[in-house]
Each structure stands twice: as C-alpha cells, then as structure tokens.
Design a protein around this ligand. Sequence first.
Ligand SMILES: NC(=O)c1ccc[n+]([C@@H]2O[C@H](COP(=O)([O-])OP(=O)(O)OC[C@H]3O[C@@H](n4cnc5c(N)ncnc54)[C@H](OP(=O)(O)O)[C@@H]3O)[C@@H](O)[C@H]2O)c1
Length: 340
Amino acid sequence: MTAESVRWGILATGGIAAAFTADLVDLPDAEVVAVASRREDTANAFAERFGIPRAYGDWESLARDENVDVVYVAGPHSTHRAAAGLCLANGRNVLCEKPFTLNVREAGELVALSREHDRFLMEAMWMYCNPVIRRLKALVEDGAVGELRTVQADFGLAGPFPPSHRLRDPAQGGGALLDLGVYPVSFAQLLLGEPTDVTARAVLSDEGVDLQTGALLSWDGGALASVHCSIIGGTSTTAYVTGSHGRIDIPNGFFHPDRFVLHRDGKEPEEFLADPADGPRNSFRHEAREVMRALRAGETESPLVPLDGTLAVMRTLDAIRDRIGVRYPGEDTTAELTPA
Ligand SMILES: NC(=O)c1ccc[n+]([C@@H]2O[C@H](COP(=O)([O-])OP(=O)(O)OC[C@H]3O[C@@H](n4cnc5c(N)ncnc54)[C@H](OP(=O)(O)O)[C@@H]3O)[C@@H](O)[C@H]2O)c1
C-alpha cells in the first residue's frame, strides 16, 4: 500500500460489486487494480467497464495477487465464507458484504483466519459508517432520549422475485432475513448490543426461505426491539428509537439516512441533517474510507464495524432462523442454529 492510494481488488461482478466499484473509482486515494469473476469473460467485461488493469477468471488468482491491498467480497452470502477465507489465507485484507456469512460458525472461522494471518477484516455494514447514523448513536449514548426502551425498524421490498432469483434460492442463502433483516437487527444492536432473548415468526416460501419475518428482541435491562423484513411487501423502511425522555424518528431508508428528528420530551423537535459535503445518501464511500483509514493506521479491524459486533449480529440471525425453521443446504441441523 502506498501512502497515496489503497489498491483494491473486487471479487464478483454482480449488482453491488458494480455499485461499490463506481463509488471507489471516484475516490482519489483508492485504486481499483484487479477484479475476479467465476468466468474470464465477465471479469474482462467488468474490468473494461471500470478501467481495471487486471481481470481474473477465478478467485484464487486475485487472492494471491500481492499487488492488491484489500479485496471487496461481493458474491452471494453463501460464497462469503469461501471467498473471504481464500483471500485471508493468502494474505489479503478483506471487506466482506453483508450478511457477513450464512451463520455464526462461518463468521467465527473468518474472524479466526483474520487473526491467524494478521489481516484486516470488516463486514460491509455501510450503515455503521454513515455519518448521520454515527451522529444518532453519539446522541443516544449522550442520553438525548434517556434510557432506551424500544427500537423499531423494518426493511421490506415489494418484489416479486422469481424463484430463480438469489433472494428465493436456498443455495445462495436466500430469504428476507439475511439480506434485509440484517439491517434492522444491526441497527438495534448498534444501540443496545446483543439481545438476551429472541422470538420470531415468519412466512416461508415453497423453497424454504423466509418471505417475511418479524422478530422481537429483548434485553435484560427491559429494552425491546421489533424488527421486520420482507421480500413480498415494500415497507416504509423507517426506524424509531424510544427512550425514557424522548424519541428519534428516522424517515424512509433508515439504513442510509440523510436526516432524523429528535423529540426531547417538553421541547420542540430538532431535525438533524446530513452534511451535503458527505455526498449522496446511497454512497458507499464512507465504508470504503473507513477501510482505507484503518489499513493506513495498521489496524486489523474497524472500531466502527467491530468483529465482535458482527459475530453478535450473526448469533441473533441464527437465533431468529432457529425460531422460524430456515436452514440452508449443508447446515448441520443439530449443531447449527442452536438458540442464542
Ligand atoms: N451493501 C449493500 O447495500 C448491498 C446491496 C445489495 C447486495 N448486497 C450484498 O452483496 C451480495 C451480492 O448481492 P448482489 O445484489 O450484488 O447479487 P448479484 O447481483 O446476484 O451478484 C452476485 C455475484 O456473485 C457472483 N457469484 C459468485 N458465486 C456465485 C454463485 N454461486 N451464484 C451466483 N453468483 C455468484 C457472480 O459474479 P461472477 O459471475 O462475477 O462470479 C454474481 O454476479 C449479497 O451478499 C448481498 O447481501 C449488499
């Protein structure tokens, strides 16, 4: 890594790989130097589209490329463990898309590999790097709404998604929970930490993935979080944080907000807005900048997206899946998904 630029490799060439790469190429201190796909022609097409010098038709060549500082892993969830593991084992630093893995066992294996090889590893939970979310978290920690009572958040897409779509495919870790529910769960845990108990109900598809899921998380201190996700109904994607002395409302798109409203009991509502200098609300540049800051500082994990927090979210997702009866191919039905 040079002081001036961090050299990125992109692993996979789908929707989010393209969106993230489009933001990366706009950052003056980032350089996208390589891309890997399962096929040479798709790697070449992606490389041509974004002006990337090296294109590989397999993952291993990228994992072994010593002129890559960090690999962005952007395949379906079911591939994260294998792809990120290959990169870490070959000495690459890794930013891995959400959900981090299929289950906490896989997540723990990646964390262990990053420690064994002394490499940086972070879940691409861009919400945690969003400046508006960071401000909200700081206000809550300062007691702006008093003691936390409830968190509510939802993320549902109308679809419809055909059975061939990755969101409906058990082999790709399909379903609403892992793809969308990870945001409301991560939001609740950003503010409250890991819950002490989890209950959940879901509607499953014929293929056995969750079409919609509602979960209630609870904490020993008395706080509750109600989270909902769906791939069969477009929701408002709002979030509410209620405390003993007020509440915070985040309008639609709570996972990449450009504003929120703080209602302190007995006071006029205060609106907090994103700084226009931070760029568009759907930008992935904040998480990319956080990765590059950490790499330059010699850190192996980000304080904004700590690995313990990622593991705690994966435990909650496992617990919810245990309650709703969703298991993915290859998961051991007795050893995996034991209640949190
Ligand atoms: N942070 C965000 O806002 C955000 C948004 C959307 C998705 N995501 C996450 O990013 C990941 C990818 O989502 P996506 O929407 O980009 O999916 P996508 O459009 O279906 O692309 C996934 C890509 O993964 C590669 N791949 C590797 N193994 C595969 C396999 N066995 N089956 C199918 N594709 C395989 C393919 O690229 P090659 O053909 O090049 O191998 C494919 O194009 C998911 O984990 C998702 O949760 C994050």
